[in-house]
Design a protein around this ligand. Structure first.
Ligand SMILES: NC(=O)c1ccc[n+]([C@@H]2O[C@H](COP(=O)([O-])OP(=O)(O)OC[C@H]3O[C@@H](n4cnc5c(N)ncnc54)[C@H](O)[C@@H]3O)[C@@H](O)[C@H]2O)c1
Length: 270
């Protein structure tokens, strides 16, 4: 159902890789809600070609950029303002990658070059996005910037490895930049801490299926899907949430406040 919640708003969406991506679903919903926006991902992701289908469907132009390279991020903002005809009202940062996870390095045997890359891509890149926007004065008053986090930023999930530190840092950048951008231009900065979701990044984490099923059994409302995550993002981009900022908002069916559920207990009954 569409409510025209983003009518007249201009946005930038980082991180749509394929139709399973959270950012892909956000783009589809933002389009339904009347927004115009650009899409951006790495040149490598663009070469896979599927993002063109999303661009056509949403009438969105695609700009290649590596989020770790400041000049490329700045270019995304300058080009987007030109293409869309004005300053930006919402930014979706839906980016994450750990070479240590990808190469199945154990947490007690991390490669520190990879570790730095994890932090750069998955956390520092949000600072690069925000600082580029700030310096170029690319955002409108009350614009909304969102990123996606995971509860491993606060609690231990062994296979999440160095992504746990990346998420903890990401959530800290949300608070710190949220202060600066809030006082300067009433810009909102928030993270959504999402349930395990079957995407390329999600499924790359060791033992993902067990993880997913455990969270499903533990959460009173069950796991939140990528489509439901997109709905929440739209609400946070809309004018209905203008005073929500500097928050890490759990979108996890209640998982984060659980100790144990009857469903999980059932698996241990003798
Ligand atoms: N899937 C889950 O279970 C889950 C749960 C909570 C949070 N998240 C977070 O959601 C976000 C989106 O992930 P997803 O699950 O939709 O998976 P995804 O694999 O579809 O998206 C990750 C995106 O990051 C992009 N990316 C990687 N390196 C990049 C770089 N250097 N520059 C620009 N883009 C780069 C990839 O191309 C891809 O589009 C990530 O931050 C992830 O950690 C995922």
């Amino acid at each position: 159902m569409a409510y025209n919640l983003l009518k007249g708003k201009r946005g930038i969406i980082f991180g749509a890789l394929d139709e399973k991506s959270m950012a892909w679903k956000v783009a589809e919903r933002a389009h339904e809600e009347g927004a115009t926006f650009t899409l951006t991902n790495t040149a490598l992701a663009l070469r896979m070609g599927v993002i063109n289908q999303l661009g056509e469907k949403c009438n969105a132009q695609i700009i290649p950029a590596d989020v770790t390279v400041v000049e490329e991020v700045e270019n995304v903002f300058s080009q987007s303002m030109e293409m869309l005809g004005g300053k930006i009202d919402f930014v979706m940062h839906s980016v994450g990658m750990s070479p240590n996870v990808r190469k199945k390095r154990d947490y007690t045997d991390l490669d520190y070059g990879f570790y730095a890359k994890t932090i750069d891509i998955s956390a520092m890149s949000l600072h690069k996005v925000l600082q580029s926007a700030y310096k170029l004065d690319a955002l409108n008053e009350c614009a909304s910037v969102l990123t996606l986090s995971y509860i491993a930023g606060q609690r231990v999930f062994p296979d999440y490895s160095d992504m746990a530190e990346a998420k903890a840092m990401l959530e800290s950048i949300v608070r710190s930049f949220g202060y600066h951008y809030g006082t300067k231009k009433k810009v909102r900065v928030n993270s959504i801490s999402q349930s395990p979701t079957k995407t390329t990044a999600g499924s790359g984490v060791g033992g993902f299926d067990a993880f997913f099923n455990y969270a499903e059994k533990m959460s009173p409302l069950g796991n939140a899907s990528a489509d439901e995550c997109a709905d929440f993002c739209i609400a946070l981009f809309s004018d209905l949430t203008k005073k929500v900022t500097m928050q890490n908002l759990y979108h996890d069916g209640g998982f984060s406040n659980m100790g144990v559920s009857a469903g999980v207990m059932g698996s241990f009954m003798e």
